[in-house]
Design a protein around this ligand. Structure first.
Ligand SMILES: Nc1ncnc2c1ncn2[C@@H]1O[C@H](COP(=O)(O)OP(=O)(O)OP(=O)(O)O)[C@@H](O)[C@H]1O
Length: 312
């Protein structure tokens, strides 16, 4: 089966000459949830807008379900649902009419049973006859999702679905996303929240300054997070790592006052006990011992930081 989304060498320069996408390639298989992480201005919205036909690419290609987004615009667009960052709803319209209208925009035949299913899934059925202005912020966000799902797309883009919402609502949103995945909808979401990617994504992509720096299975990222560091702080600085400790691959940092040891938390033996006894046998005096876990956040900050340095 071809990927549901196939982005190849996508570039976008805005009219002022700013290059917001610098050759992004990404393939997404049907049924997965992929989270795109990136700082402000990284190009996430530009990427989504280009795939959805709101912005035109400068070069490169995008195919959705095998349909080219330029040549087969209608077929490609009908497979996509977009939940935008901003709430752009008509305050005096009823929920049901808002969703019905969206379906019509895609030229889909009216199907109240399909709309009922969508509204029930989003716990909006009881509110179907309420005007938008009578809903809470969280409910309005659900209406945005209902609108995006109204023409029953196979690929759903969620642009920062939980920006500025409280923890409770964020968890609700994650449940909704899981439910959509169970229905076979492929989901691409952008987020600033690393814990959001950790909680729901199958794959994580990191984007910065218009470049996709990494796309990786969350599980293998998690495996990398299994790495921990032990900092052995010494009372006196060392000139060098003593020979007897070479087998531990230690690094000397903090003005030669700290020895850092990396180990795998999931390994049967971490080697910590032996290391500490060898440290003391080598005549070194400990001041303190600290452990640190490398997290997705470290990986993310490291990548984005390296990219910034590289750009200078
Ligand atoms: N219409 C435009 N004209 C010129 N530059 C633009 C335009 N739209 C976006 N940009 C620039 O392109 C870059 C990428 O913007 P984009 O909105 O895609 O980032 P983002 O990753 O979605 O950021 P955020 O997380 O803040 O939403 C930014 O530097 C932005 O200023």
């Amino acid at each position: 089966m071809p990927p549901i989304l196939d982005i190849s060498e996508l570039r976008k320069s805005y009219s002022d000459g700013f290059e917001a996408l610098k050759g992004v390639s990404l393939q997404i298989e049907a049924g997965e949830i992929i989270a795109l992480l990136g700082p402000n201005g990284a190009g996430k919205t530009t990427l989504i807008s280009t795939v959805c036909g709101i912005t035109t690419a400068t070069s490169g290609t995008v195919a959705v379900g095998g349909y080219d987004i330029i040549r087969d615009f209608r077929a490609a667009r009908s497979m996509i649902g977009l939940v935008p960052q901003e709430i752009n709803l008509e305050p005096f319209e009823k929920v049901i009419n808002t969703v019905r209208f969206s379906r019509g925009l895609f030229g889909r035949a009216p199907d109240d049973a399909a709309l009922e299913r969508i509204l029930r899934q989003l716990s909006l059925w009881d509110k179907r006859n309420n005007q938008i202005r009578e809903l809470s912020g969280g409910m309005k966000r659900r209406v945005l999702i209902a609108k995006a799902l109204s023409h029953e797309p196979r690929l759903l883009f969620l642009d920062e679905p939980t920006a500025g919402v409280d923890v409770e609502l964020r968890k609700d949103m994650w449940e909704i996303v899981e439910g959509l995945k169970a229905d076979g909808v492929t989901i691409v979401l952008t987020t600033h929240y690393i814990e959001e990617a950790e909680a729901i994504a199958d794959r994580v992509g990191v984007i910065a300054k218009g470049e996709l720096l990494l796309v990786e299975d969350k599980e293998s990222l998690m495996a990398r997070m299994g790495q921990k560091q032990l900092d052995v702080q010494l009372s006196e600085p060392l000139a060098d790592v003593p020979k007897a400790l070479h087998k531990y691959n230690l690094t000397l940092c903090d003005n030669n006052r700290t020895l850092t040891y990396s180990y795998d938390t999931r390994a049967e033996r971490t080697g910590i006990t032996k290391l500490l006894s060898d440290v003391s046998a080598a005549g070194l005096v400990l001041r303190d011992v600290v452990t640190r876990q490398s997290s997705l956040e470290d990986i993310f900050v490291g990548l984005v930081h390296d990219d910034k340095e590289g750009a200078q």
